[in-house]
Design a protein around this ligand. Structure first.
Ligand code: ADP
Ligand code: MG
Length: 215
């Protein structure tokens, strides 16, 4: 089954919930290897999207929702993560196009475009201890699931699981990009906050898809 506007709107609502719920955790992670603003920034951004969902015109597509998230995050989040996530959602929106429903391969393509956007903007490579270390395993898992014929919900479940594993795997890494890189070796032993927020957001995407499938 493909994922439609209901899924996209649910994804944003669940994202706002889960980021609000984990705000302190993200602040704490960012305080350990950054400046402590990641939870606050992300919470501000997703809370700002919520009222705008009600103004989406009838006939809006998942791509329209992703674009709304992108423009809102770019104008409200700030820091490194604002433009990076903004670009991710914008490129994801372009990949989603005007389709009313996204199947497994389309969802994998949206995630790949989002990740490519972050790389284009931030120039991080795998192992640099950034959100890319959650995104790239997620994209790989999504593409593998899609090419095995999994439906959209199963593609997102695979992406979410891989993002969590990727976020956990940032813990021993030494940061080579972003504010955490100023700490050098001292950045090891802490989970990257952007990788953690990526796992939370992809988990929300998967949870929203399970809810759609059960509806
Ligand atoms: P800032 O570092 O400006 O305070 P945030 O705290 O909101 O911004 O976001 C920090 C997160 O941004 C990091 O945990 C990391 O995942 C991500 N990040 C920073 N620089 C890059 C980059 N060049 N490429 C990808 N992700 C990055
Ligand atoms: Mg920060």
């Amino acid at each position: 089954m493909g994922l439609d506007i209901t899924w996209a709107v649910d994804w944003v609502r669940l994202s706002a919930d889960v980021i609000a719920e984990h705000r302190i955790e993200l602040i704490t992670l960012d305080r350990e290897i950054g400046d402590g603003d990641h939870g606050e920034n992300m919470d501000r951004g997703f809370q700002a999207v919520l009222p705008k969902l009600d103004d989406l015109p009838a006939g809006s597509t998942p791509g329209d929702v992703l674009k709304l998230v992108a423009t809102t995050l770019i104008s409200t989040v700030g820091g490194a993560a604002g433009p990076l996530y903004g670009t991710a959602y914008l490129k994801g929106a372009v990949a989603a196009g005007s389709a009313a429903s996204l199947d497994g391969p389309a969802i994998a393509a949206v995630l790949a475009a989002a990740r490519d956007g972050i790389v284009l903007r931030g120039k991080a490579e795998s192992g640099d201890k950034t959100m890319i270390d959650a995104w790239t395993p997620a994209v790989d898992a999504a593409e593998a699931a899609a090419s095995n014929g999994s439906d959209a919900a199963a593609v997102l479940a695979a992406a979410s699981d891989a993002a969590w594993a990727g976020a956990e795997a940032t813990e021993p890494l030494v940061a080579r990009k972003g504010r955490a890189s100023y700490l050098g070796e001292r950045s090891a032993g802490h989970r990257d906050p952007g990788a953690q927020s990526t796992a939370l957001l992809l988990q929300a995407a998967s949870d929203a898809a399970s809810a759609s499938a059960g509806a």
